[in-house]
Design a protein around this ligand. Structure first.
Ligand SMILES: Cc1ncc(COP(=O)(O)O)c(C=O)c1O
Length: 435
């Protein structure tokens, strides 16, 4: 117990717990950092060089580049031009340090693309969610959030003074019953969901959700981190996918790190709301403005996305090809609908890691997603599909995985069992009180 009083002893214990949960049945004296490094924090440059030297370049399914813009020469040129014209940093919070023209231009472009009245851009997608969810509501209010919502949204709820209730993943019947029971106790209610879920690749039934939230007088926040550029005929997101007016959603949030190939977060919605956030949102007021270099690169990426709709179409075709190839090989793709993100589930973490190593040996990079981010009994390899993947890369990855999986136990069933066990949650962030 004494050793847990020192910071070194404490973090050692927590890392051991995290590593131990992933590498069960390994040597008892294992070094968790060494073990974790066999799976995570992989040296990407060295891996790429190694495969290049071997004559077969590494194909990554681990990096989100849905629209194939991350390495586009026009985007890189826009960033270089901005460096030379404006410099690298924003210099201060935009509220007090002043803002560059590129900030306003980016926000107007984002709002126009998303079909909202206004938008605000921030330095990080993660912090955008934490800050907005923590800031928006107060006591006497209620937040009802999908249990599989991203960590940034969940952490945001812990920073809020509002009451928080989770509903079963995509279980709108459960959401209804929570609202029927608790709506009258709360002044305001915020429902939080994602457009396309990042671990399962499934989507929310937006029309039904809008009907429920309107009937109960609630507000809706949709995280479009993985649906911008992916869902909808021209990549406008889940509202376009369902043919719904995006202004029916009170708050659309997202990140510029996925389809737009850079980094940063945004919030889009009514002008009045965005203006209020410009003067009060902690992550905007107390943090530096988005780098003008990134703002320029993101603007260019948005322009290309609008001008080249084939990217969204191609991504859809590639995603369909991936999921049909996976299913043909009897791989368990769980709830994925075949749009941008497809996870292949395994029955054990060990099988999942073996499969990921096998893929890497064959030239496909797709790391295992284990208890760090998903329930312990649902280990998976998550594939981010890109508009730039070729058919042969997709077929090759599925073929390799199919052969590897034949030597393993069948994966867990396709049921959408919700996360019920707190113990099976993310051990890297385990509650210190458990120690
Ligand atoms: C649903 C969702 N929201 C927010 C984020 C955070 O975005 P970023 O990584 O750009 O900070 C992520 C990141 O993966 C995400 O999946």
């Amino acid at each position: 117990m004494d050793s847990l009083r020192s910071l070194d002893g404490y973090v050692h214990k927590r890392l051991h717990l995290a590593g131990g949960s992933l590498f069960e049945n390994e040597r008892p004296d294992f070094d968790p950092v060494d073990m974790l490094k066999t799976v995570y924090l992989r040296p990407l440059d060295a891996l790429c060089a190694e495969h290049e030297d071997g004559g077969k370049p590494l194909v990554s399914f681990a990096n989100y580049d849905y629209a194939g813009l991350a390495n586009d020469v026009r985007v890189k040129r826009a960033a270089c031009d901005a460096i030379m014209a404006i410099g690298i940093g924003s210099g201060a919070s935009r509220l007090v340090g002043g803002q560059r023209e590129i900030h306003g231009a980016l926000e107007r472009d984002l709002a126009a693309f998303l079909g909202t009245q206004d938008a605000i851009a921030l330095v990080s997608g993660y912090m955008t969610n934490v800050s907005l969810v923590g800031h928006l509501l107060t006591k006497n209010d209620l937040i009802v959030v999908d249990e599989l919502a991203h960590s940034s949204l969940i952490i945001g709820t812990t920073a809020s003074r509002a009451r928080v209730i989770r509903f079963g993943h995509n279980d709108l019947g459960h959401l209804e019953s929570i609202l029927a029971k608790h709506r009258s106790e709360a002044s305001r209610v915020l429902i939080i969901v994602e457009g396309l879920y990042s671990m399962d690749g499934d989507i929310v039934n937006l029309p039904r959700l809008l009907e429920i939230k309107n009937r109960h007088g609630a507000w809706l926040m949709v995280d479009e981190a993985h649906s911008l550029g992916v869902l909808g005929a021209s990549g406008r997101g889940v509202a376009q996918h369902f043919g719904v007016d995006p202004m029916e959603i009170e708050l659309i949030v997202g990140t510029m790190s996925k389809t737009l190939g850079a980094s940063g977060g945004y919030i889009a919605g009514r002008k009045s709301v965005i203006n209020w956030l410009r003067f009060t949102l902690p992550a905007f007021v107390f943090s530096v403005g988005l780098s003008p270099v990134l703002a320029a690169a993101i603007r260019e990426a948005l322009t290309i996305l609008r001008a080249e709709p084939w990217r969204v179409t191609r991504l859809r075709e590639n995603s369909s090809l991936f999921i049909s190839q996976a299913k043909e090989r009897r791989l368990n793709t769980g709830r994925a609908i075949g749009a941008g993100v497809v996870s292949v589930l395994f029955s054990t973490a060990r099988d999942c890691m073996r499969a990921s190593h096998g893929l890497l040996e064959a030239g496909y990079y797709a790391p295992p997603i284990l208890q760090l981010a998903v329930p312990k009994d649902k280990p998976r390899i998550r594939f981010f599909i890109s508009a730039l993947h070729t058919d042969s890369q997709i077929v090759g990855a599925c073929e390799t995985l199919g052969s590897l999986a034949e030597t393993m136990r069948p994966a867990v069933s396709r049921s959408s069992r919700p996360w019920t066990s707190r113990r099976s949650r993310n051990l890297l962030s385990s509650d210190p009180l458990q120690l």
